[in-house]
Design a protein around this ligand. Structure first.
Ligand SMILES: [Zn+2]
Ligand SMILES: [Zn+2]
Length: 133
């Protein structure tokens, strides 16, 4: 088990498919203005808010995420504490859920980036106690 980076194993809240692939989290992405659709790969590493996309996403663009397996929208009725953009939510395989900001370039975009510390520590302990595969 690797201790130098913490990879989040995330599942779709609708179909329960495991969406993390290696250290990436590929999601279907939809931009409103101008309308574009494509794939966006978020980093599945804890606290890393980098992403790759075949869409031309500029920092500041807000993206709607969908599950690449069942196409369920992942956006929830919460807004980012940092920038006010909508948030998306995924389930963690170890239990619980994770919310992240839908605005590219926002630090809240990081998986776990704006979570409360106590909750994150509990989650990390849980992850390290859970043997992989
Ligand atoms: Zn799904
Ligand atoms: Zn934000």
């Amino acid at each position: 088990m690797s201790k130098h980076m913490l990879v989040m194993e995330l599942c779709c809240p609708q179909c329960d498919a495991l969406l993390t692939e290696g250290t990436k989290l590929p999601l279907d992405a939809y931009l409103r203005d101008p309308q574009r659709e494509g794939e966006m790969r978020l980093s599945a590493i804890f606290g890393d808010y980098t992403m790759e996309s075949d869409l031309e996403v500029k920092p500041g663009d807000t993206v709607e995420f969908r599950c690449p397996k069942c196409e369920a929208p992942l956006t929830i009725a919460l807004t980012c504490k940092l920038c006010g953009a909508p948030m998306a939510s995924l389930n963690m395989r170890v239990g619980g859920y994770l919310e992240f900001c839908c605005r590219a370039g926002c630090k809240g975009h990081a998986l776990g980036g704006v979570g409360d510390i106590d909750q994150m520590m509990r989650m990390m302990n849980k992850m390290f106690e859970t043997p992989y595969d």
